[in-house]
Ligand binder design. Structure first.
Ligand SMILES: [Zn+2]
Ligand SMILES: [Zn+2]
Length: 418
């Protein structure tokens, strides 16, 4: 395993250490190695190592992989088979380092910083499929947060210890500093450096959390996504954000819902658009097409009227997305795609050719009469029409292929009569 250090050695724990031991060892190391507090020039490097070791050993699956294969992702080629919930939220802005930064911000460092004892709200993205959004779904999310410390119950006080009013600020959490400057004396009020603004000090702080009352922890939470949810909608889970310092209120977890693109449906409001392919001959006479709906096992009948055109939209009411908090649903809108059949046999082709010829002949009679008259008058409106056709944006049907053949046969017929 080349130069990679042994994760157990990095944390200084035996290979059979339980989760609590690992966490405690990690916190102890992290606290002295954090670049904000350590003077060691290699502190950052070592802090990263400790972090990496902990992120593997604190995750049951990763640890099992590491123990078996020497790599947290498992044997080569196997890693991708696992679905790690945390991967889904990469990029949502809550890496373990961010959690550490806030852990330290409230503790060892930061005299001048404003005291913040209440936990922050945390944001997270949750992607659901359109079908899940339609039916409603409950999802389990795993995420890292600063949670109330188990060992001291969030108080930050070790067994036998006490919390007292801070002697430096007398419980106000703020101190006034007087500075002499060239402009005279300046008074500035800052957060008390002893109690960090809480107004209280602990004579015997909890070892696990260093007296903060909270520790980094991997949590799971159930998120109930309501039926008919829209993309961008948020669901607030009270108290599941960052824990407050020493038992102060926790922030909320704000889950932002994203709906994945669907292969068959495009949503517009509560309506669902889908494409239905209709055989050209069926489009001519009208037909019924059955398509799968958005709900599980749902079949939707789409009535295609006779003479249906390409792109025509057929609305099926109450077969779209459910309207949130209501029993009604939007519409399903089927957009017709007319498909010309290519599997007709000879007899069918001849039948159709017969119909086409029949229609063409009757058109031709009218057209020829017009043409003849135009030729006689020495004027050609037909040509102008054609030019307009070509210049226009609209697609124009090609010239009738039966026209020439027919003229010849007519000429022949006339000649025969003569
Ligand atoms: Zn104080
Ligand atoms: Zn504690």
């Amino acid at each position: 395993m080349d130069s990679k250090k042994d994760y157990y050695e990095v944390l200084g724990v035996p290979r059979d250490a339980d989760a609590k031991t690992i966490k405690r060892a990690f916190l102890k190391k992290a606290r002295v190695l954090h670049p904000d507090v350590s003077d060691d020039p290699n502190a950052e490097e070592r802090f990263k190592e400790v972090n990496q070791a902990y992120s593997v050993l604190s995750d049951e699956r990763k640890r099992a992989n590491y123990d078996r294969y020497g790599d947290e992702n498992g044997p080569a080629g196997f890693g991708s088979d696992y679905v790690d919930m945390s991967d889904i939220f990469n990029g949502s802005g809550f890496g373990i380092n961010d959690i550490f930064d806030s852990f330290f911000a409230g503790g060892a460092s930061g005299g001048a910083r404003a005291a913040r004892t209440r936990g922050r709200d945390m944001g997270m993205r949750l992607t659901v499929s359109l079908a899940e959004a339609a039916a409603g779904v409950t999802k389990t999310l795993a995420y890292d947060r600063l949670a109330p410390c188990d060992d001291c119950g969030g108080t930050g006080v070790a067994e036998g210890g006490h919390e007292r009013t801070c002697g430096r600020c007398h419980g106000t959490g703020r101190v006034v500093e007087v500075q002499r400057t060239i402009f005279g004396q300046m008074q500035t009020q800052t957060t008390c450096p002893v109690c960090h603004g809480s107004g209280k000090v602990i004579d015997k702080p909890c070892e696990t959390c260093g007296g903060q009352g909270r520790t980094p922890s991997r949590e799971t939470v159930e998120v109930k996504v309501p039926a008919g949810v829209h993309s961008g909608q948020t669901i607030r889970i009270s108290g599941k954000g960052e824990a407050g310092v020493r038992g102060d209120a926790s922030g909320d977890l704000v889950v932002s819902i994203e709906i994945a693109q669907d292969e068959r449906f495009e949503r517009q409001g509560d309506d669902l658009y889908t494409t239905v392919r209709v055989d050209a001959l069926q489009a001519i006479v009208g037909t019924t097409v059955t398509v799968d709906g958005i709900m599980k096992g749902e079949r939707v009948k789409v009535e295609v009227p006779a003479g249906c055109q390409y792109g025509q939209q057929i609305k099926v009411e109450r077969r779209g997305m459910p309207r949130q908090g209501m029993v009604s649903r939007g519409s399903l809108i089927a957009v017709v795609q007319v498909v010309v059949p290519t599997d007709l046999d000879k007899r069918q082709l001849l039948d159709i050719a017969g119909i086409v010829a029949e229609r063409t002949l009757s058109d031709e009679d009218v057209a020829t009469e017009g043409e003849t008259r135009a030729e006689e008058e020495g004027d050609s409106p037909a040509k102008d029409e054609e030019a307009a056709h070509l210049a226009g944006e609209r697609w124009a049907a090609p010239k009738n292929p039966f026209k020439d053949a027919k003229r010849k046969s007519r000429a022949r017929g006339r000649g025969g009569r003569k």
